[in-house]
Design a protein around this ligand. Structure first.
Ligand SMILES: *Cc1c(COP(=O)(O)O)cnc(C)c1O
Length: 688
């Protein structure tokens, strides 16, 4: 999403094009990729102004994009259009700006005449600036009448909620300057309540046609970096967006969100591939896969079609006492992709319920094979299995889970994989982040009480993308086996290709007794989860009805046909396109693009497996001293990436990057560029 700056004037012929071209060239010199749009040109041909702007920006866009509205009569555009018997369509100007934004980071829009000159009837450059949320640079002329003209423009801008980034005055002629010219800046400052306007020197005709001379003159008069920064500031929302925001603030209680600080919601309206769009049409990269769920991308034609087709049959039918077509197909597909031995598929709606079902199955299985003492679960520091009370009972994130302790059942907490501090010191102290009793040790000493070990294989996602060392999972699975405990693999985050294998347990050749899959299952379309079980576990629930071995557990929407149809299409299309096989390459590309961040003092490490990646921010990578929580560095970095058109969400001071699995390579590079710039913006003192 490009920043937009609108250059307008206090009247016609005041030198807007010179200023716009000068800013454009100065921005190019500052490394910005600049586009230019002249909102409407009258008195054409010739197209001198458009050509000058295009040359200054070094932009090769076609004339139709630089200058979408061209009219012959040298009049206000709406009037010139009337005389030609045509109508100006504001949308053609907005579309030109959108096209110009694509692949650039700044678009300079030059108005036609003054701020309130009608481009179409009822539509002015002020309306355009308002719709884009763009600040104004107001160009006026030095001399008599300047105080009124400039003040009127500034005041009408303010009345419309527009920001004025700068006011600049240009001399009209080579005539010697009198008292009016000399006193203008101070007088305008007093009358309009702005900083004293800058004055640009008068340029010779040849200099006025030379982008570099213009850039020199503009840079001498104006603080161009400050003006460009103003173009970045939060854009003004449209009225429709405003109404939605107010309603959201009034009624929607958001999850994992401090509502007291929830003041400025970004309202998403539609999406396409790796991008989402807000209600004002701004485009963002979905760098979190809409919380770790999107696989192929948004509006994936194969999944869209499958859901539509299923809608033509049945949206919901229960699995309690009935079967349905998509849930059967999906079960077959899951079993084919799962590690050997997992042959039974129990559906639910989300990750938490998949984990709950697995724990209940494990518990009853142990009871029914005569292991009455096995009532406990081993879980890990930093682990996350959902927010229902059962899954919170095996949750290892104190911030989320400790408060509910009185409501939870007793579980055995084991040490997490060694954190960066422990790895670096080579020791294994009883560290706050990862320390405690090793799971294998716990299973040796208290294994007889343990029904199952609940583990996120290979990556502890919510802990901050903590990647387990090679062999860690294997060792704990073996220890569980030796202790007679089951292994529950919670693949809610890691499953469906996220780590570069369809299931993460494949990296270690581990065969769990129970496996939970949810987030990516339907490709990010509809809630559906599954708990896969072995024949051995399944058999514990078989018997005559009046033996009451039935699994008395289920949710209303379990096995929902629409969601299962989306999942079937997702898995089929992922296979057809070989998506999982390409995840490691894409992940490595993303990591390489982010690697320069490791030179910053504030980046401790970049952790990654497949397309699960975390950038760990600290005060000092040497000492690993954390940043003060009050700084909210992770959150602020993500707000900065958002301004650069990339949506990310942190876990504390770990910035999580989890784009859709099929994100094109250039979009991955765009995420990396936005994140690097955002880190520099929030922690500038850390830049070398
Ligand atoms: C997200 C997550 C869950 C919980 O899933 P919900 O769909 O939010 O209930 C459980 N386990 C892991 C590993 C997760 O990442």
């Amino acid at each position: 999403m490009a920043d937009i700056l609108v250059v307008t004037g206090t009247g016609t012929g005041v030198g807007k094009t010179c200023v716009a071209a000068g800013i454009a060239r100065a921005a190019v010199r500052l490394g910005r990729r600049v586009g230019v749009v002249k909102a409407a040109a009258t008195g054409v041909p010739p197209h001198d102004d458009a050509e000058l702007l295009r040359a200054a920006a070094g932009c090769d866009a076609p004339l139709d994009d630089v200058c979408p509205v061209r009219l012959r009569a040298p009049l206000a555009p709406a009037v010139a259009a009337d005389l030609e018997g045509v109508a100006v369509d504001p949308e053609s100007v907005r579309a030109a700006i959108r096209r110009m934004s694509d692949g650039r980071d700044l678009v300079i829009v030059e108005g036609a005449g003054g701020l309130l000159v009608p481009i179409a009837w009822g539509w002015t450059i002020a309306d355009l600036a308002s719709a884009c949320g763009a600040p104004l640079v107001v160009v006026g002329r030095l001399g008599l009448g300047t105080i009124h003209d400039t003040t009127a423009t500034v005041e009408s801008a303010r009345a419309r909620g527009l920001r004025v980034a700068a006011v600049v005055l240009l001399p009209e002629s080579d005539a010697p300057q009198g008292d009016a010219e000399r006193t203008n800046p101070a007088s305008v400052a007093r009358a309009a309540g702005v900083a004293p306007p800058s004055v640009m020197p008068r340029l010779s005709p040849s200099d006025a046609g030379d982008p570099d001379r213009l850039a020199d003159a503009v840079s001498a008069a104006l603080d161009v970096p400050a003006i460009l920064a103003a173009a970045r500031a939060a854009p003004a929302p449209t009225a429709a967006t405003d109404a939605l925001r107010r309603a959201d603030l009034a009624h929607v209680w958001h999850p994992f969100t401090q509502m007291q600080e929830w003041t400025d919601p970004l309202v998403i309206e539609r999406a396409e591939g790796p991008h989402v769009f807000d209600t004002d049409g701004r485009r963002y990269v979905d760098g979190t896969s809409s919380l770790w769920v999107t696989t192929l991308g948004h509006r994936e034609p194969a999944i869209d079609a499958a859901v539509r087709e299923q809608l033509g049959r049945v949206a919901h039918s229960t699995l309690l006492g009935l079967a349905n077509v998509p849930s059967i197909r999906l079960a077959e597909m899951l079993v084919r992709r799962a590690p050997p031995g997992l042959t039974r598929v129990f559906y639910s709606d989300d990750g938490s319920t998949a984990a709950e079902a697995a724990m209940k199955m494990a518990f009853l299985h142990q009871q029914r094979r005569g292991e009455a003492r096995r009532t406990k679960f081993v879980f890990f520091r930093g682990s996350y299995h959902g927010d229902t009370l059962g899954s919170v009972s095996v949750g290892g994130i104190d911030l989320f889970h400790r408060l509910f302790r009185p409501l939870l059942f007793d579980s055995l907490r084991a040490a997490a994989p060694p954190c960066i501090r422990c790895r670096r010191s080579g020791a294994r102290p009883d560290c706050d982040a990862c320390g405690g009793v090793d799971a294998a040790e716990l299973l040796r000493t208290r294994g007889g009480e343990v029904a199952a070990v609940v583990i996120e294989p290979v990556v502890h996602g919510a802990a901050g993308m903590v990647v387990q060392p090679e062999g860690w999972l294997r060792r704990i699975a073996d220890a569980a086996r030796d202790a007679g405990a089951l292994v529950i693999a919670d693949e809610v985050a890691t499953g469906v290709g996220r780590t570069g294998r369809f299931f993460a347990v494949e990296h270690e050749g581990v065969r769990p007794d129970l496996l939970c899959v949810a987030k990516g299952l339907s490709g990010g379309y509809l809630p559906v989860a599954a708990t896969l079980a072995t024949e051995d576990v399944y058999a514990s629930f078989l018997g005559r009805f009046d033996e009451y071995r039935t699994f008395f557990h289920g949710h209303t929407y379990t096995g929902n046909p629409l969601a299962c149809a989306a999942a079937v299409a997702n898995l089929g299309e992922m296979d057809r396109r070989g998506v999982v096989a390409d995840v490691e390459r894409k992940g490595a590309l993303l990591e390489a693009a982010l690697a320069p961040l490791l030179r910053r003092r504030c980046v401790a490490e970049i952790r990654r497996k497949g397309l699960m990646l975390g950038v760990d921010l600290v005060r000092d990578r040497g000492t690993l001293e954390p940043l003060p929580p009050s700084l909210r560095a992770g959150h602020r970095v993500c707000m900065e990436t958002r301004r650069r058109g990339v949506i990310l969400r942190p876990l504390g001071d770990v910035v999580v990057v989890m784009p859709p699995l099929a994100t094109p390579d250039d979009v991955l590079r765009e995420i990396a560029a936005a994140l690097s710039a955002a880190v520099d913006a929030v922690l500038p003192e850390e830049t070398p």
